[in-house]
Design a protein around this ligand. Structure first.
Ligand SMILES: NC(=O)c1ccc[n+]([C@@H]2O[C@H](COP(=O)([O-])OP(=O)(O)OC[C@H]3O[C@@H](n4cnc5c(N)ncnc54)[C@H](O)[C@@H]3O)[C@@H](O)[C@H]2O)c1
Length: 371
C-alpha cells in the first residue's frame, strides 16, 4: 500500500522559470499534444456539458455592499477545472483574478493566476504553482500552434494589435512557429507600450519589429494577424483589409464581418466549449450577457454556416480535419483558452521540477485525521 503521508510541491515563479516555463518551442509541442487529445476526445472539462471553459464569479455592475468589486470588462475571478488523458492522466484547476486597473493602480499584472494539479485516481494534490507565466505561455503557444497548422508556408508578415503581455507571448510563439516570417508590425493605443514591445521583441526574436500609427496598418496586407486588447473596446477587422490566404488568429475579442465568416475556414479551439459558453451566457440577465462569438452562433442557428464546416484545432492537430492551409481561403482561429492547455504545460513543469529538485515540499499531513 502506498504511504498516506501527503506532500505536495509549491513552485514559485522562480522555480517555474528554472523548470523551463518560458521555453516556447517546447510549449507549442505540448499544446500540439494536448490539442491532439482534445481532437480524439480524451479529456473532460467542468460543468454539465463537460465542456465548460470554467466558472466565473460575476460581480454585479452596481454592487450593493461596501467593498464588493464592481463587474466590468476584464474584471473577474475564475476557476477552470479539467482532466487531460493521454500520457498526462491528471486533473488540474486554474484559479485567477483579473483587474484591468492593476498595472497602473497597484503595479501588479492585470491577472494573477495559480494552478493546482491532482492525481486523477487518488485526488492527491501533486503541486500548487505560480501560473502567470505558465498561463501566458499556453495562451501564446496555442496561437503559435494555430500558425503551425493554419498559416501559409510562405507567410512573411505578422500584424499585432495591442502590445501587452499576451501579445508578447503570441508574437514569440508565431515567430517560433513560422520560420518564413520576415517582419512584424504592432499597433497599440499606448505609444509607450508599442515602443517597449518593439525593443523587447526585436531583441528577443531577432526579427524586424516596428510600430504603426493606425489599427488598419497592422491588418492590411499582413499574412498573419493577431490581437489581444483588454478593456471594453472590440475592434472590427474589415473583410476587405484581410489578405487572401491570411490567418487571423485571436486570443482576444474582435468583430468580423459576416462575409468573412461565410467564406473563411473557421477553426475554434473547441466548438463544444463555444456552444457551452452560449448555454451558460443565456442564463445571465440580458444586460450582462457576454457570449463570445455570438455572431458565429447566429449564422450557425440560421443555417448560413453549417456546424460540420467548423473544424476544431484539436481535429486539425489530430489529422481529422479537412483543410488546406496553403489555399487562398482566409483562416480564422478563435481561442478563449482551455484548462487542457494549462494542465499539459503545468504537468510538464511539475515533472521537470521533480527531476531538477526544484520547489518546496509542503506537508499536508503525516497521517490523515480521518479516513
Ligand atoms: N484566449 C485566451 O486564452 C486568453 C488568455 C489570457 C488573456 N486573454 C485576453 O487577452 C487580452 C490581453 O491580455 P493582457 O494581459 O495582455 O492585457 P493588458 O491589459 O496587460 O494589455 C493589453 C494592451 O492592449 C492595449 N489596448 C487596449 N485597447 C486597445 C485598442 N483599442 N487598440 C490597441 N491596443 C489597445 C493596451 O494599451 C495594452 O497595452 C485580455 O482581454 C484577456 O482577456 C485571452
Amino acid at each position: 500500500m502506498s504511504s498516506s503521508r501527503l506532500v505536495m510541491k509549491f513552485l514559485s515563479q522562480k522555480d517555474m522559470i528554472d523548470a523551463g516555463v518560458t521555453d516556447m518551442p517546447h510549449c507549442i509541442d505540448m499544446m500540439d499534444e494536448a490539442f491532439t487529445l482534445l481532437g480524439k476526445g480524451d479529456y473532460v472539462m467542468g460543468g454539465s456539458t463537460r465542456n465548460s471553459h470554467g466558472q466565473r464569479v460575476w460581480f454585479p455592475k452596481e454592487p450593493q455592499f461596501e467593498g464588493m468589486p464592481k463587474g466590468g470588462p476584464d474584471q473577474r475571478f475564475m476557476s477552470l477545472p479539467g482532466y487531460l488523458g493521454g500520457r498526462f492522466k491528471v486533473c488540474g484547476n486554474k484559479w485567477y483574478g483579473s483587474n484591468v486597473n492593476n498595472p497602473k493602480k497597484h503595479g501588479l499584472p492585470r491577472s494573477i493566476l495559480m494552478m493546482t494539479l491532482n492525481d486523477a485516481e487518488t485526488a492527491r494534490p501533486l503541486a500548487v504553482m505560480e501560473s502567470n507565466i505558465l498561463s501566458g505561455m499556453r495562451t501564446g503557444a496555442v496561437v503559435g500552434l494555430s500558425a503551425r497548422y493554419l498559416a501559409r508556408d510562405d507567410s512573411e508578415t505578422l500584424g499585432v494589435i495591442a502590445a501587452g503581455p499576451i501579445s508578447k507571448f503570441c508574437t514569440t510563439a508565431i515567430v517560433n512557429a513560422l520560420p518564413s516570417l520576415k517582419k512584424v508590425v504592432v499597433f497599440d493605443i499606448n505609444e509607450e507600450a508599442s515602443r517597449k514591445f518593439c525593443k523587447e521583441m526585436s531583441e528577443k526574436l531577432n526579427i524586424d519589429v516596428s510600430p504603426v500609427n493606425r489599427f488598419e496598418d497592422a491588418v492590411i496586407g499582413q499574412d498573419v494577424i493577431t490581437s489581444a486588447i483588454s478593456g471594453d473596446h472590440t475592434p472590427l477587422f474589415e473583410d476587405k483589409w484581410l489578405k487572401e490566404g491570411s490567418l487571423l488568429t485571436l486570443p482576444g475579442r474582435a468583430n468580423v464581418e459576416n462575409d468573412f465568416l461565410m467564406d473563411a475556414y473557421i477553426v475554434p479551439d473547441s466548438w463544444e466549449m463555444q456552444k457551452t459558453y452560449k448555454i451558460e451566457g443565456l442564463m445571465l440577465p440580458e444586460d450582462e450577457r457576454a457570449i463570445p462569438h455570438i455572431q458565429l452562433h447566429n449564422l450557425v442557428d440560421s443555417g448560413e454556416i453549417k456546424e460540420s464546416d467548423i473544424q476544431d484545432l484539436g481535429k486539425v492537430a489530430a489529422g481529422m480535419a479537412n483543410l488546406d492551409k496553403n489555399s487562398a481561403k482566409k483562416k480564422y482561429f478563435i481561442s478563449n483558452g482551455m484548462i487542457l492547455q494549462d494542465i499539459a504545460w503545468a504537468m510538464t513543469m511539475y515533472e521537470s521540477a521533480v527531476e531538477k529538485g526544484l520547489g518546496q515540499d509542503l506537508v499536508m499531513w503525516e497521517q490523515p485525521y480521518l479516513v
